[in-house]
Unconditional design. Structure first.
Length: 205
């Protein structure tokens, strides 16, 4: 079903009314600009980040994953925090947890943190550190104003880190304002296969 422009604007206003006054908590009293996941609060967004502006916020929701070790599919919950402090980068934090068939918590899953940067020619750099013992550098470009396509350029793992193949990620805001993404990774046979996908609603920002 296609929505009219007025309906889309009304939906956006309703979402903003529910999230506009919320922000990530601050710890301590540092002589620095505070991190904010709400574009209405805190320091101004650096003008160099306009190509990534729609990502800023706190996102929560559910997804589906494929465990490359066990070969099993599973469901998970996830929270992603995309914040800034006025610098020319976005801070990224993602935590997920495995859920049962009713959506109940079972155990922790993946955790990553890093930074998004974008150059004047719209080249995106995404640097991620994974709790499982690896570091990845993605490069990519915006597909349009609300979607971004990225591919790993370098993957490094620690001596005890989990082996991971090269990956592709596609992020985008869908018509209802949620953030959706798909991650594909190379498997042991060298084939690009689905690894993660999720749809997350904005809860702050």
């Amino acid at each position: 079903m296609t929505r009219s422009g007025n309906e889309a604007i009304a939906d956006a206003e309703q979402r903003a009314a529910e999230t506009a006054d919320k922000n990530v908590p601050t710890v301590g009293d540092l002589p620095l600009p505070v991190d904010t996941a709400n574009l209405r609060l805190g320091p101004d967004l650096h003008p160099g980040l306009l190509g990534l502006l729609p990502l800023v916020g706190v996102w929560e929701g559910d997804g589906e994953g494929h465990n490359p070790v066990s070969g099993e599919d599973y469901t998970f919950g996830q929270q992603i925090i995309v914040s800034h402090d006025g610098g020319n980068y976005l801070s990224w934090q993602s935590r997920s947890w495995v859920t049962d068939e009713d959506g109940g918590y079972l155990r922790p899953d993946l955790r990553e943190s890093g930074f998004w940067r974008i150059s004047e020619d719209d080249t995106i750099e995404l640097l991620l550190t994974h709790a499982e013992g690896s570091i990845e550098l993605y490069y990519g470009r915006p597909l349009n104003q609300t979607s971004w396509n990225l591919t790993t350029d370098v993957t490094i793992r620690t001596e005890t880190g989990a082996h991971t193949g090269a990956a592709k990620r596609l992020y985008g805001l869908v018509p209802d304002g949620d953030l959706a993404y798909v991650e594909e990774r190379l498997d042991a046979e060298g084939d690009l296969t689905p690894r993660l996908s999720a749809k997350l609603r904005r809860v702050i920002g």
